[in-house]
Design a protein around this ligand. Structure first.
Ligand code: SF4
Length: 382
């Protein structure tokens, strides 16, 4: 079995009681069957507390009114971990913030930016991310797995990441090229012509493709009304998702109020001012933007082997970073023209918690991306 991990994987270490937003509160933790059976058989002093802390019917940990896990104590430490050790944790708690995508004989492990510490590591990283491979014994049989499609998706992802990490190109051009590749791959997947994807990879790495995409981006940039309508529509999609934390809606409403309720002229002015500000005072955003795009693309793109939705996955990656950017603009306005690294970390991990930690939301996002396909040559970033 081949395992892949990002190069910053080993840098992560849970900050436990020092974490500003513990992952043991705010969402329901489902206990896997094996752990549930183990908990039922646990004897000793901790048994009583253990049994009371579990909702046996639902197979979840009980929560307090403010949605804290029943085992999370006042010092923000886990009582179960303290009493029974790390191995006692259920699969979700043991793995988090690791995210595993499973393919026939490959396991791709990433770290979710829904953990503030991971977001801090990723956003603070200047060098382009690389992915490391290692092998371990053990294989599983997967039915209905198309190894040819998977291998083309892996090739496509490699080319797209190479383009995203080419810092000699403007970020918007990189995004345009990547959307173009995914769009053309999608056409071939639909027609069952995946072997011709190699032509697509080659074409989008040529100067002529860059010139063409740049020309289309310039045209698209001029239409302010369309840009505003597009941004508003993408943002409003977030209201259609399952709500995981109550205060998320308040944040959405704040952003909506600041950015979209005063019309397209004002929206455009705010964005111009912000783009100038961020270019001068937070130039590292360009690198952070790249790291986030690579993160989303790497995590989700090859999942298209199961549902064929390659373009929707790339669009979701791009739109996610775009929406994070929109929320940064609104936060900058709220802070009266100021923003710092911790603001970026917070917006990124909160977005990720709401969108990435609900299968329903991920599915919904992809469906909405399919319904509202953005033309690949549309200017998304400034
Ligand atoms: S969110 Fe991350 S740093 Fe915080 S407690 Fe959970 S794993 Fe640890």
């Amino acid at each position: 079995m081949l395992y892949t991990i990002p190069d910053y994987y080993k840098q992560f270490s849970c900050t436990a009681d020092e974490c500003e937003d513990t992952c043991c509160a705010g969402w329901q933790i489902a206990i896997d069957r094996r752990s549930l059976i183990r908990y039922g058989r646990t004897a000793g002093k901790f048994r009583r507390q253990l049994h009371r802390g579990i909702n046996w019917l639902k197979g979840t940990f009980r929560q307090s009114e403010d949605k804290r896990c029943a085992f999370l104590n006042e010092d923000n430490l886990c009582d179960m971990y303290t009493a029974l050790g790390r191995d006692s944790l259920c699969r979700t708690c043991r793995l988090y913030p690791r995210h595993i995508e499973e393919f026939e004989d490959v396991r791709e492990i990433t770290l979710s930016v829904s953990c503030p510490e991971v977001a801090r590591i990723l956003l603070g990283k200047e060098e382009p991310v690389t992915f490391l491979n290692y092998e371990r014994n053990g294989e599983e049989e997967y039915e209905e797995f198309d190894p040819f499609l998977y291998s083309k998706l892996v090739d496509g992802r490699e080319v797209m990441i190479k383009i995203l990490q080419d810092r000699t190109l403007d970020i918007e051009l990189r995004v345009g090229l990547v959307l173009g590749i995914a769009h053309d791959m999608q056409v071939r997947i639909r027609k069952g012509e995946i072997f011709s994807c190699d032509e697509v990879f080659e074409r989008y790495q040529k100067e002529t493709a860059r010139q063409f995409v740049n020309m289309r981006l310039r045209e698209s940039r001029k239409n302010i009304k369309q840009r505003y309508a597009f941004a508003r529509q993408m943002f409003r999609n977030l209201y259609r998702l399952e709500l995981l934390r109550e205060d998320w809606w308040i944040r959405l409403q704040e952003t909506e109020h600041v950015l979209y309720e005063t019309g397209y002229d004002k929206y455009d002015t705010i964005h111009h001012e912000f783009a100038k500000w961020i270019g001068e005072y937070m130039p590292q955003w360009k690198v952070q933007c790249e790291q986030l795009l690579v993160y989303f693309l790497y995590t989700y793109f090859c999942g298209a082997v199961y549902d064929g939705r390659a373009y929707a996955k790339v669009q979701m990656s791009v739109i996610s970073v775009f929406l994070i950017y929109e929320m940064l603009v609104a936060r900058w306005m709220k802070n009266e023209g100021m923003l710092d690294f911790e603001d970026v970390v917070e917006i990124v991990y909160r977005y990720s918690r709401e969108v990435e930690h609900s299968d329903q939301n991920l599915e919904m996002m992809e469906k909405m991306m399919e319904e509202q396909l953005i033309p690949w040559f549309r200017a998304v970033f400034r």
